[in-house]
Design a protein around this ligand. Sequence first.
Ligand code: ATP
Length: 385
Amino acid sequence: MPKITLTGLTKFYDRSATPAVDGVDLTVNNGEFLCLLGPSGCGKTTILRMVAGLEHASEGEIAIDDRIVDSVKQARFVPPEKRGIGLVFQNYALWPHMTVEKNVDFGLRLKKVPAAERKARCLDVMTKLRIADYADRYPSQLSGGQQQRVALARMLAINPGVLLLDEPLSNLDAALRLEMRTELRRLHEEFGTTIIFVSHDQWEAVTLASTIAVMNKGTLQQVGTPDEIYARPENRFVAEFIGNPNINMIKLRGEGQTPLGGFASAVFKHLPSGNDAQICGIRPEEIRLCEASDGDAIPVTVETIMPTGGSWIIELSHGAQRIFHSTQSRPHWRIKDKIACHLPTDSLHFFDSAGQRIDAPLLKTAAAERSRPDFLHALNTRTLS
Ligand SMILES: Nc1ncnc2c1ncn2[C@@H]1O[C@H](COP(=O)(O)OP(=O)(O)OP(=O)(O)O)[C@@H](O)[C@H]1O
């Protein structure tokens, strides 16, 4: 299966404005399932459209394996139909005058696949995507979710080397989405297709993708496995975009760089001298609660306890400061209880004034070794809340 390489990829829709995509360097390896994740308008779809050949790059290059398919410098542009790519968009354009089976069969016909093989392939993907019962219906007679599955089936039938998916599950209800994610993962394992998937839903990204590329304002922020991105965010944007409840951010310094009190003073204890960290992040599930009598801990008051279906989010205050803790164990505290908390050293993430991660020598590793179930649980808390 092909590898895709983006080098300095840039797109200006309007030369006088900021670019929609700004100097992106990214390699999607053979058979990789990569999710472009980021807030609305950050340039995800634009990248997908350039890879598909529906938009020209303004600068930089796109290569599929070793073949350059778009390069302004080399004055080369390979049209979409010659790139060997399947594309499924949110608004999956099905042929309205064709039945489901004819839609799925369409690409195979174009490829002049023999009739018996076409029939078998169509039946196979329609069965896998659970639309075989609607084979004779027209798109207008299907629900949005069923149409989305037809669009996916149509692509999978031709078994493209590269599959580009732009939020293809957005029209499905929660249960069907979950089912389709499992199905997509299974299909990916079975077909080994290189997939680029666009989403702004972090839960979808971590459950589906082997690699996540987090984007913001047209630029790539971090590329890594879901675990890497959660456990070792490269900057504040990534730290705050991934995980729910959101990571707690503790401001460490005030005017003139004076160290702040409260939670910040507890954090300073862990900071080697000379470190110029401005902000410290700690994931809610990493905060440890204890009895008020624990002398070394930070005294806090329980402000709210929010059940989120199998887990709980607890809001804690220390003076005017607030911090959120999450747990899978039913809390035995009550609102207004005076308790205390620890911020474990190896769970702290430090960022400088530009929001870039600082790796202090004393503060390492354990966070990176955090287990995936914890991570998924943390995200699941958001989904349920
Ligand atoms: N055809 C176009 N002409 C001008 N500007 C465009 C065009 N398409 C997209 N843009 C702009 O480019 C930027 C990136 O858009 P893009 O659709 O790639 O973002 P996205 O991350 O996919 O967003 P979403 O998650 O909302 O689909 C946005 O500011 C958008 O307004």
